[in-house]
Design a protein around this ligand. Structure first.
Ligand code: SAH
Length: 245
């Protein structure tokens, strides 16, 4: 009788944590979006699997809670980290609605897309970062754009997830460009740590929005970020305090 919400990282087995692997192995039932279930296929031997299509998150969370109430050990899986635009908030929200706290409730963290993409790009996340979900499915466009504006004004590095609406992505990038200029570094990473991975570094003025899709994370540097040898570097501020060549 347990529910674990497990993040299995961006894709490749190398970035799964041992805790995530163990949580999936110890479960009787694995609940997840069908593409994600396929990504942990090697851990599923003999388990009951409830896979569902995209946008059936509420169904998945409800099934997970009901199966756990029947006494099963349930793992709900998310790619990356389960809190970051994943299943953890919904599962906990569902439990709070049911008013039921299972004895084995655990959220198992994972390497989120921004960290995976950031690593491929060098060190774009070297200062304060805002994670922004650009999907207008659950958040109204004006709220998204207000948050982009605020993050841009406060000079946060921004990691854009779910860039499924190209019009909204264009508007978001234009909003950031108004604050920090068109030469600001941008990293575009598709399928980080998965087969077919693609990484490219560009600037706000030159982002090829048509090449961005829902398997892509877009990281926009802050006003101090710069490009070196195909990497993006966002300084932490040591250069203001110490002298180095
Ligand atoms: N919980 C996940 C995010 C789910 S939202 C996490 O923590 O990473 C889905 C979005 O995440 C995608 O639209 C994309 O923007 C990003 N994403 C997830 N995996 C990715 C990967 N391997 N490479 C690039 N972007 C990825």
């Amino acid at each position: 009788m347990s529910i674990r919400v497990v993040g299995f990282g961006p894709g490749g087995a190398a970035l799964r944590t041992p805790a995530a692997v163990e949580a999936i192995r110890e479960s009787d039932v694995v609940v997840g979006y069908e593409t994600y279930v396929a990504m942990v296929e090697d851990l599923l031997g003999g388990k009951e699997v409830v896979s569902a299509k995209m946008r059936q998150e509420v169904y998945r969370a409800r099934v997970a809670v009901e199966m756990a109430r029947e006494g099963k050990r349930v793992a709900v899986i998310s790619d990356g980290d389960p809190e970051i635009f994943g299943m953890a908030p919904l599962v906990l929200e569902m439990l709070s609605r049911y008013g039921w706290r299972p004895s084995g409730l655990e959220v198992v963290p994972g390497v989120t897309a921004a960290l995976a993409a950031g690593a491929r790009l060098g060190a774009p996340l070297g200062s304060d970062v805002a994670f922004i979900n650009l999907s207008p499915l659950l958040t109204p466009r004006e709220v998204i754009l207000r948050r982009v504006e605020a993050a841009a004004a406060a000079d946060y590095v921004i990691a854009f997830y779910n860039p499924i609406d190209r019009g909204l992505l264009r508007e978001a990038l234009a909003a950031v460009a108004r604050w920090r200029g068109g030469q600001t570094p941008v990293g575009v990473v598709k399928d980080a740590y998965r087969r077919g991975e693609r990484v490219y570094v560009t600037t706000l003025d030159s982002v090829d929005v048509d090449a961005v899709d829902m398997r892509t994370t877009v990281i926009v540097g802050n006003s101090e970020s710069y490009i070196w040898e195909g990497y993006i570097i966002t300084p932490r501020g040591y250069h203001r305090k110490y002298a180095y060549p």
